[in-house]
Structures are given as structure tokens and as C-alpha cells.
Design a binder for this molecule. Sequence first.
Ligand SMILES: [Fe+2]
Length: 289
Amino acid sequence: MEVMPLARGFAAELGGVGLIDVASSEAAYRAVRAAFETHSVLVFRGQRVSDDIQAAYSRAFGPLELVKVGSVGHGTFYSRLNNLAEDGGVVPENDRQIWRARANQLWHTDSSFKETPALASVLSARTLPSAGGETEFTSTRLAWERLPDARKALLENAVVTHSYANSRDRIHPELMTAAERAALPPVRWRMTWRNPVHGRRALYIASHAYAIDGMGDNEAKAVLAELIAEATRPEVTYLHRWHPGDVVMWDNRATMHRGRPWPLDEPRVMVRTTIQARDEDGLAALRPA
Ligand SMILES: [Fe+2]
């Protein structure tokens, strides 16, 4: 297996290994898992991907998340991120699916608002627009490590509240349905996620985060906005330009990402599978005492 770095300090393209290898070989899984723990964002090129292959690959890392109520693919393992109407045409600009795409363009980490957060996401390109539609990543492990020691000492044990409503309400008041609101109450996590393999911590914040225990609302929002702004300065991010056959996996414990806009009259179809975090992935220590 070849590991080719893509950005400063995180993100790597893997060569000599594919999704099917990981699904069928323990040795291939171990090699890719080690690269995942180190590089946080892994890029596979030239994959002949199907739903089944993507799920078999993803399952090697842990249990799969079922797509939540209110998303396309609800109740299955496949979150279908697209701008297609039922008749196969492109939806109009004021459609809920466009609001969803705009919410995905806020810096976030997948599933921090769920009762069981996500270890990793796996995203495959199925239909790509002629321009735009990139996915941009940043390392929240490196962002944490850049903070001055005094700030780390203040924040390391902070407890942050995450809610899906916080990110969705910023886009459109009707984006979140009543069923989603009922299914997704706020959850609380420590502000840093310690990787149990190498012990390095990462900031665990996102567009879904809005409150910090012991801090006033305005101050907490200002602290979170400042941390996100520092973590996502353009010079520290990796912008993934999608090509047919690309599959990208990222560590939701140690990165944030956002989608980028594309011409809305062109179809874009991506499929995401999501792997749930388990206690051995460091989840136990993320829960507030
Ligand atoms: Fe996402």
C-alpha cells in the first residue's frame, strides 16, 4: 500500500489498495485502519463502487448508522445526497434538497448531534457536475494542537451541546421537520476527542455546536465561532476535487468538512455510508461525567 500526502499534516491518497481489498482481507483492513488513525482523510481513486461494495468496506470499521428520518435514504445504510426529483430531473432552487445542500456547506462533523456519534463517513461520487461540488476538509487535531497551552487548559474539559436544529435553523426555519425535531434532541460531549491509538486530541466542534457548560450563550457562540474560524483558515484545509471513481473516507472525531456549491441546474449524486463510534474508538471518554 502506498500513502501519498495531500495536505500539510493530514489527508492522504492511498494506492495499491481498494475498497474490495479492505472488505475481504484483514491485513488490508489493518493497513488502511492505521492510515486512517494517522491521516484522518483517506482518498481512493478509480474505484468501481456500488452500494454493496461501499457498505462491505465501511462495515470493516464498525457498525453502520441507519439514515435518519428526514433524509433521503431514511431507514437504509445509504444517505443519498442529490438534487434529483422523483422523476429524475433536477429539483428547483427553493426545494428542501437545495436547503439541505446549503446546510452541508457549513463547516461540520457528521452526526455529532446524534445519541451515537460517528467514527467515520465514506462518500462516493456517483454523478458529478461539470464544475464545483468539491468537499473541503480541515484537521481539528492540528487545530487543537495549534492552540496556546493556556487556552487548551481552559477548554480541554469543557462540555459542548450539539443540536441538529442549530445548524438547520441557520439555513431555513422550515428545513427541519417536526419529526426530525422530535427524533433529535440536543446532546452533550466533551470539547476534545482523544484518539485511543496514539493519544492525540482533536477539537470536537461543528455547525451543530452552540452551547458550552458554565458559559453564557453569547460568549459560548463567540468561542465556538472563533475556534471554527481558526480551524478552517484556507491555508490549512484540503479541498477535494471529485473525479469519477473517487471514494473519500474521513474521521469525524478529528476533522470538519463542508460541501462547496455547484451549478444547480446540473445533477450531483453522492452516496454516504456512516460508521458509528464505539467506546473503543474513544467514545467512552467523550461523555461528560
Ligand atoms: Fe457531512
